[in-house]
Design a protein around this ligand. Structure first.
Ligand code: PAF
Length: 282
């Protein structure tokens, strides 16, 4: 595996692969890789001849009072994991390699970014869309792989790719969970042992929601109420949102006419965690 820190270096590697007629997969990450990321790399390996994984803690997607400085980083671990998974390039640019000091261009997706995480993180998706567009322009992959855990992000990226005619297929990969149900996240590392225990309310609420949907729940709202009840019973948990939205448009819904995304963000102590599931249209 090559570790490349420059845009020109990645372009050169990709150009050489293209000459050989090879297909290229991109897995964008912010590093501190876990099994969720590993599942994306495995999916990319299975689907593409060559795989580029970017590790870049993107400053533009963090709000002023968020965890940019403390966001966990461990390049040696990431490099070893990616090597073992057979990634071909680890793209690890510095901030000034990705952003010119006078950068003035943003990619914004309207509508889908207003609700859910967009309510409390108003500039987050603009930062995500801008950096993902830049990565797509740098790598020019055939396919790009994203986790379903960030369901709103996935919907926003799909829309951006469609609206801007980007020549890439966006592949969504299932949520990977710990044995006890907690969705894998780099931010789980912030949790103390008692908070780690309390954080299980998120997956318990997801599993309850899935059960109610399987049992034929009358409305999405009834499912949301049951999920909220579970979370509210945990004293260490504070709900940011638990909502049912159209899985594609991220508009609030109260029917199962289209696929419904049940999404939540919950604070456990100071750590904000997200989880979700999708109920198929019926
Ligand atoms: O999901 C993430 O880790 C980030 O939002 C992404 C897509 C790598 C963009 O920085």
């Amino acid at each position: 595996m090559q570790v490349i820190t420059t845009v020109a270096g990645v372009r050169e590697a990709v150009r050489a692969w293209r000459k050989e007629g090879l297909t290229v997969g991109l897995v964008p990450t912010m590093g501190y890789l876990h099994e969720g990321h590993a599942s994306l790399v495995k999916a990319a390996k299975a689907d593409c001849d060559r795989v580029v994984v970017s590790v870049f803690v993107n400053p533009t997607q963090f709000g002023p009072n968020e965890d940019l400085q403390s966001y966990p980083r461990d390049l040696a671990h990431d490099e070893a994991l990616l090597e073992s998974l057979g990634a071909d390039v680890l793209f690890y640019p510095a901030v000034d390699e990705m952003y010119a000091p006078n950068a003035a261009t943003w990619v914004t997706v309207e509508g889908l970014t207003a609700g859910l995480c967009g309510k409390t993180r108003p500039t987050h998706f603009r930062g995500v869309c801008t950096v993902v567009s830049k990565l797509m322009n740098i790598v020019m992959p055939d396919k790009a792989f994203f986790g379903q855990k960030d369901a709103q992000q996935l919907a926003v990226i799909r829309r951006m790719v469609r609206d801007l005619n980007m020549n890439v297929e966006v592949v969504g990969c299932p949520i990977v969970r710990e044995a006890d149900g907690l969705a894998k996240s780099s931010r789980n590392t912030y949790l103390s042992p008692t908070e780690r225990e309390a954080a299980l309310v998120l997956s318990r609420a997801v599993f309850k929601g899935e059960e109610l949907v399987r049992a034929g729940a009358a409305t999405p709202l009834a499912v949301v109420e049951a999920m909220k009840k579970i979370i509210e019973a945990e004293p260490a948990a504070r709900i940011d949102y638990v909502e049912a939205v159209d899985a594609e448009s991220i508009e609030p819904v109260n029917t199962f006419e289209h696929d419904v995304l049940f999404a939540m963000a919950v604070y456990i102590g100071k750590t904000r965690l997200i989880d979700n599931f999708i109920a198929k249209a019926r």
